[in-house]
Design a protein around this ligand. Structure first.
Ligand SMILES: Nc1ncnc2c1ncn2[C@@H]1O[C@H](COP(=O)(O)OP(=O)(O)O)[C@@H](O)[C@H]1O
Ligand SMILES: [Mg+2]
Length: 374
């Protein structure tokens, strides 16, 4: 059976409209879109955005930097470029049909990068060549772009993309290059645009909209008709919100609740079911917190409380951490060691020396919701 997909063509069209060299309306510096994990970014790129880009007469290339996290982002980018050129071989000068372009673009979703040859030239040169082969503007979509931060190779890739974009967009004629970067970590994605040394300095990170009421309505109507059950839109929306707008978790709650209600003869209670599903997810996170020492946990909580202004070695923080952990005193070296453990566990990450931010966004979400009694 075909999995349920709620199309988002309006959103795709509005993004494509921004791909114009117009200095006022266009987003020539590129788009940087952030939304939490599992909320539908990659699905949108593949199912809605890439087709809309093709429809608009441009050529989409989608690269997922999480496709293989053991590989350097530069390697992933080179392989994807190599693959695209391979499939376009000899196309230059010919009129390429949209269906052919769709096919070439789709290879990027179906063939694993491990089997591909990396492009041997530079990234700007490779993109330039692709533009010449397809004789159209290129829209390069980099999914999980914040992964570039993990290595020098990754950052160099971002600088190469910026160089390619400037070269292709500043000349008089020839195909243009538009960049769309998506990521599941807002503050990491922001590192690509903030600070004068950032590759896309001057750009800004926007929230990628999560699925909403219409998605919920469509789904509960379809399920309702098939199973002969009635679920109100309010209950559906509340449950979806409880599950942080994650389609999979929502569909699971819906399925389980309908199934069990049918067995037990009880009325359907989707809100309670969503809370149960969330409780399961939180249980796993709690277990992770239980594995931390008192000081580690106190530091993590202090960071989650203070956000950007967190400074682990400040006297005030040391005092607060000692209090939270219920110990007399905490030394700087103990804090240093504890921060290292939190970074190793991917609970915390370090945007720069002395700067810290929460890495696990689900943990942060849980902490804030529990604190605020949500
Ligand atoms: N528009 C949609 N309609 C139905 N299901 C969706 C939609 N978008 C995402 N999903 C489902 O949600 C899950 C997570 O989507 P994914 O695109 O992988 O999220 P992300 O890239 O943000 O982590 C997938 O199982 C996907 O099938
Ligand atoms: Mg994704």
């Amino acid at each position: 059976m075909e999995v349920f997909h709620y199309p988002r063509s309006e959103l795709a069209a509005s993004i494509v409209r921004q791909m114009t060299p117009d200095p006022i309306f266009g987003a020539l510096s590129g788009l940087h879109l952030a939304a939490p994990r599992r909320t539908g970014k990659s699905t949108f790129l593949r199912r809605d955005l890439a087709p809309a880009v093709l429809e608009a007469g441009k050529f989409p290339i989608v690269v997922d930097l999480w496709e293989d996290r053991s590989r350097d982002p530069s390697d992933i980018m080179r392989r994807r470029i190599g693959q695209t050129l391979e499939h376009l071989k000899g196309a230059a000068g010919k009129v390429l049909e949209r269906s052919r372009l769709r096919q070439v673009s789709a290879f990027g979703f179906s063939v694993g990068i491990a089997n591909l040859e990396p492009y041997s030239g530079t990234i700007p040169e490779g993109l330039e060549r692709i533009g010449a082969e397809v004789s159209r503007d290129i829209v390069l979509v980099v999914d999980e772009a914040q992964q570039a931060l993990v290595s020098d190779g990754g950052m160099n890739t971002m600088f190469a993309l910026k160089a390619a974009r400037d070269a292709m967009n500043q000349r008089q004629e020839g195909p243009r290059l538009f960049l769309v970067m998506t990521g599941s970590h807002r503050s990491k994605l922001a590192e690509l645009v903030l600070g004068s040394k950032a590759p896309f300095y001057g750009g800004s990170v926007q929230d990628f909209p999560v699925l909403g009421k219409d998605f919920v309505r469509t789904l509960i109507e379809q399920v309702g008709a098939a199973r002969n059950v009635k679920i109100t839109l309010d209950d559906g929306v509340a449950a979806f919100e409880t599950l942080r707008y994650r389609p999979e978790a929502f569909m699971k709650a819906l399925r389980d609740e309908i199934f069990e209600a049918a067995l037990s003869g009880e009325p359907i209670n989707l809100r309670r079911r969503a809370e149960d599903v969330r409780q399961d997810l939180w249980g796993n996170l709690e277990a992770e917190l239980d594995g931390l020492s008192g000081v580690q946990r106190a530091l993590l909580e202090a960071l989650m409380e203070s956000g950007d202004s967190f400074s682990p070695f400040a006297a005030q923080t040391l005092k607060e951490v000692a209090q939270r952990a219920g110990v007399g005193e905490v030394t700087k070296s103990a804090v240093q060691q504890a921060m290292r453990v939190l970074v190793d566990h991917e609970l915390v990450w370090q945007p720069g020396s002395g700067r810290y931010a929460v890495d696990n966004q689900d943990m942060l979400d849980m902490y804030l919701r529990k604190r605020d009694g949500a």
